[in-house]
Design a binder for this molecule. Structure first.
Ligand code: ADP
Ligand code: MG
Length: 294
């Protein structure tokens, strides 16, 4: 980790605060998607951090289109710019060169229109608030009436199968349930775009499998566009319609792999030759980029 970079948990906390702060600056935005236009259009996107140890090339010349309704995973070793890419899309970092458009808007305009929800690796729930009150927090900050807040929280908690747990506190729930509550909170504005940064990275494999299936069903049901960061080849192939393989120093895209499994896929497809073939191509891409070679 570069000098001056905060621990991931601290970073996540900071992002939540930044996101909360920005949420006060506008009303509830529409989740409208501009027909025929990619949800994400990145062109020549670069971001260099100037640090005491010299420049860090976090992103270099990234071109990427994401269409409405796609599930796009970003995979690559630590430091290849996955989080930085999501943060640029979310207007939490400014590019050094190039552009990115979100539904045809600048990241700032998209943020003010509440076009995305952000889910972090750590659930980042407030321990003194019930699950329901955690989900309602962004809506409270923008001053939505109590009845509407409660109704939206009810709907979003139902989507992540947490009905009945509204009055529990985060510490009364398992890690997987806490992460589902974070997803419900990110869904509170019903954004068309979900940015998910290793949301299941801290969970054990069995819980992760289960959440992968739930997330896939949620995606299928809601038609959202998802940008999903992971370290797991298996997770990326199982969830995605498209896999973006990245490599560090400088952070760049080295392969984009289409993944055409049916939307209602279940975990057993992981045993099929087609699945293993895509997984093999991802692994080969990571190797070609010397991604895990040091
Ligand atoms: N605020 C920052 N200041 C300096 N360097 C940073 C900052 N944020 C990220 N970096 C560096 O940029 C590179 C890409 O980081 P990141 O996007 O977090 O990678 P990933 O999410 O793929 O692990 C890393 O070398 C990281 O240390
Ligand atoms: Mg990261």
């Amino acid at each position: 980790m570069a000098a001056g970079t905060a621990a991931p948990q601290q970073q996540d906390g900071r992002i939540v605060k930044e996101a909360m702060r920005t949420e006060t600056s506008a009303g509830v935005g529409s989740a409208a998607v501009v027909a025929g236009r990619p949800v994400i259009e990145a062109r020549g996107l670069s971001l260099t951090f100037e640090t005491a140890d010299g420049p860090v090339f976090a992103l270099s010349d990234v071109d990427l289109d994401v269409q409405a309704g796609e599930f796009v995973s970003f995979i690559g070793p630590s430091g290849c710019g996955k989080t930085t890419f999501l943060r640029v899309v979310a207007d939490l970092e400014q590019p050094s060169a190039g552009t990115v458009l979100v539904n045809g808007l600048t990241p700032e305009a998209a943020r003010l229109a509440r076009q995305y929800g952000y889910v972090f690796q750590a659930p980042a729930l407030y321990p003194w608030r019930t699950i329901e009150k955690n989900v309602m927090l962004p809506l409270e900050i923008i001053g939505l009436p109590a009845a509407e807040r409660a109704e939206r929280a009810r709907q979003q908690l139902a989507l992540v199968d947490l009905t009945g747990f509204e009055r529990k506190f985060p510490w009364q729930l398992s890690g997987g349930m806490q992460q589902r509550a974070s997803i419900a909170r990110a869904l509170s504005f019903d954004p068309a775009l979900m940015l998910m940064d290793e949301p299941f990275g801290a969970l054990d494999e069995i819980v992760r499998d289960h959440l992968n299936e739930r997330l896939l069903r949620l995606w299928d049901k809601t038609g959202k566009t998802v940008l999903f960061v992971t370290h797991s080849i298996q997770e990326a192939v199982f969830l995605s319609t498209k896999i973006v393989v990245m490599s560090p120093r400088p952070g760049r895209i080295i392969d984009v792999i289409a993944c055409d499994f049916p939307r209602d896929r279940t975990l057993d497809i992981r045993e099929t030759p087609e699945f293993l073939e895509v997984a093999h191509r991802v692994r080969a891409g990571l190797r070609a980029g010397h991604a895990y070679g040091d």
